[in-house]
Design a protein around this ligand. Sequence first.
Ligand SMILES: *[C@@H]1O[C@H](CO)[C@@H](O)[C@H](O)[C@H]1NC(C)=O
Ligand SMILES: *[C@@H]1O[C@H](CO)[C@@H](O)[C@H](O)[C@H]1NC(C)=O
Length: 772
Amino acid sequence: MMLQELCLVCLISFTLLVVHVGSTQPPFSCDSSDPSTKNYPFCQTTLPIIQRARDLVSRLTLDEKISQLVNSAPAIPRLGIPTYEWWSEALHGVTSVGPGIKFNGTIKAATSFPQVILTAASFDAYQWYRIGQVIGREARAIYNAGQAYGMTFWAPNINIFRDPRWGRGQETPGEDPLVTGKYAVSYVRGIQGDTFQGGKLNGHLQASACCKHFTAYDLDNWKGMNRFVFDARVTVQDLADTYQPPFQSCVQDGRASGIMCAYNRVNGVPSCADSNLLSKTARGLWDFKGYITSDCDAVAIIHNAQGYAKSPEDAVVDVLTAGMDVNCGSYLQKYTKSAVMQKKLPESEIDRALHNLFAVRMRLGLFDGNPGQRPFGNIGTDQVCSPEHQVLALEAARNGIVLLKNDAKLLPLPKATTSLAVIGPNANSAKTLLGNYAGPPCKSVTPLQALQSYVKNTVYRPGCDTVSCSTGASDKAVDIAKQADYVVLMMGLDETQEREELDRVDLLLPGRQQELITSVAKAAKRPVVLVLLSGGPIDVSFAKDDPRIGGIFWAGYPGQGGGIALAEIIFGDHNPGGRLPVTWYPQEFTKVPMTDMRMRPESSSDYPGRTYRFYKGDKVFEFGYGISYSKYSYEFTRVSQNSIYLNHSSSLRTTVTSDSVQYKLVSELGAEVCDQRKFIVCVGVKNHGEMAGKHPVLLFARQGNRGDGRPKKQLIGFQSVILSAGEMAEIQFEVSPCEHLSRANEYGLMVMEEGIHFLVVGDDKHPITIVI
Ligand SMILES: *[C@@H]1O[C@H](CO)[C@@H](O)[C@H](O)[C@H]1NC(C)=O
Ligand SMILES: *[C@@H]1O[C@H](CO)[C@@H](O)[C@H](O)[C@H]1NC(C)=O
């Protein structure tokens, strides 16, 4: 009796000890000190991953298999396999928004980069890569510290920012397919541990990235239409040259190890049940190697909300046979067994999914024993929020912020400013700086605090109760504006206006913000500075036209370094160089239904089209717009080819468009011919200003022929250059005619048309003739 009791106590304290140790160690399988598991083939690091994954799956019972098909995969103790959490988020920094990351141990925060839309505005792919790298490194450090239950991150969000009202547009790199694709590749290579140039992964993953949301997902909740039931009607033409290219780049060039299928249907078929999309296109055409997850509860809605599947079991069969592997939610846990019992689902489909799932966990090194010795096992806690990482967050904010107006050189404000009035609901909110899918950040300095560090005599009044600005205290704001040398207004949006599950219905500033700005501007001694925090564009035509508003900035949601970056720019310690990654439409655009997915305009119904590539209406600001304290000029200095000959073979088919232009299909030209036709374009850039600056150069192409579904112009390259005052540099672009001078025809095929095409940089243009 005594002995038994003693043993029991012993056992309990032993268990507690193990739990304690377990909580500070990352979860892993194939512990070399556990003799029962180390001899399994799936633990043999010398075997190919796919063989190891097959071995593991072959050892599972049907119930164990089914248990692994959901995001919170339970442990399988008899094989030494711990729990795994597929769902983690790291959109612009590792966050605890998903259940896979906990900031409840030694590590309490991670570097919080600007929201992606602002990071995109730097047009600097190498910076995007470095951000991805830091996120991956911090993720590993968090895992090594025992605070991560998975290493699969559901980012980047690379849907095209098709409509300015979209609440999640802030999460994306904007409206251009090339920018979005390049962003995807850079982020994925960074986080997964590849080099900037790519191709050096060797199968091992630092952390796993996920291209989402596949595909044509860019409506959350607009006037009663929501993402769960929305059926996106998309033409094959728009799919080919707008919606799909970022995903193709993410998979083919980025070698992403994850894809998330979207809630919405595309032309009637739920994305997660679309085998043409998941299996034929991603795995087949693009050679995708990785796992495919559903968005959260995106399987349940196929039956419940969409009625596409007649029963829960049918929904399970639809997604697994389409090629989806894991369900965020619990639906597959509930209904897969009955689908098998009803003989609707062969077990081989479950095995197929599990092979993909375990292969990714193995590529992450989670079946190699204690990861302490593995490539990423020694990334330490000190990496998280390291000074270098925080500097990168500050740099990203500096390089993204866009100067939209600077009349009479109001900006930068003199450092000798003796009194400053700061007004607006966005001036002193650390949270608003971050945007959604954020935090906790390493630290935060609000714009107000940062401005105070420049001007001691800074007075602050919010002016509005909140961003929605339904009631105001504008009298007090007007009072301080009258007294101060200079006035900075910090206005715009926040998550109460635009977020996941909330699209906007108009494009104006909320509530009485405009009224506040105008009355402050009227009262101030000098023209005022207006700073807009927002993800989506805002129609600020009134401010653009008002001479009493001398300067306007768009600062996105600039992240943990955003307050300091803004103050540095306002007082001239940094020269702004960001350029808008989306078109700023006027309020009038809201007459277009958000549900209309068409990119191309249609004159007969007065439909204006979307994005700078197609939109025909007036703009508040153009895609790519952004000024600086320096003026830059460009010219083409050398173009290595002026004509592209596609008449090399008489056996190649030539076709004629409905407006009588001859064209050839890119797919028929073949990779070799396309490769041979590449040419070099050199652009001279000069900084005419008195300040050094980092300046992104955007190279566009446009066709001589107009209309008939052709883009008005198209970005074909971008590069950032750092120039000191008066300095000139030459930058080089490689142009691939097949990729850059082509467009999708109405059958969704990429074509190259005869005739003149123009390369355009700034005001300079250069003709290239395509001979068919
Ligand atoms: C942190 O949270 C996880 C998951 O909720 C929990 O298992 C773990 O014990 C917590 N750790 C600490 C130190 O509180
Ligand atoms: C292609 O067209 C050019 C210009 O018309 C002509 O000079 C050239 O001979 C043609 N090449 C072939 C192979 O037909």
